[in-house]
Design a protein around this ligand. Structure first.
Ligand SMILES: [Zn+2]
Length: 113
């Protein structure tokens, strides 16, 4: 447990800035409140080895985040298409039933004539 200068446990987080992508750190939980913020901040892992590594981590993270968003949107589209298909099937069924009823009544009328 890491305490910040306010005496509370410093929160754990992972940085996704372009300068420090994927680096774990602990910081003061009061950082949103300037009057209480003690400016406590501590990296938990060593600095990133190179600029290339930083860029790779940064790009990989946003590629993965983007992919997750894309998948979610794709699933939504599939659900919409399935709903439309079900509606079409129902309409088709109603049309067929109406046609069948018309055919039967028509036949009955013809027989009567
Ligand atoms: Zn603090």
């Amino acid at each position: 447990m890491v305490l910040c200068r306010c005496g509370v446990e410093a929160s754990f987080s992972i940085s996704w800035t372009d300068k420090n992508p994927g680096r774990k750190f602990r910081g003061c939980t009061n950082y949103k409140d300037p009057s209480r913020y003690c400016k406590f901040f501590m990296w938990l892992d060593p600095p990133l080895p190179s600029e290339d590594y930083k860029n790779l981590m940064y790009q990989m993270h946003f590629a993965l985040v983007g992919m997750a968003d894309g998948n979610a949107q794709l699933e939504q589209v599939n659900v919409d298409q399935n709903r439309r298909l079900m509606l079409m099937m129902k309409l088709m069924f109603i049309m067929v039933m109406l046609f069948a009823v018309m055919l039967v009544t028509g036949t009955v009328l013809l027989v009567k004539l």
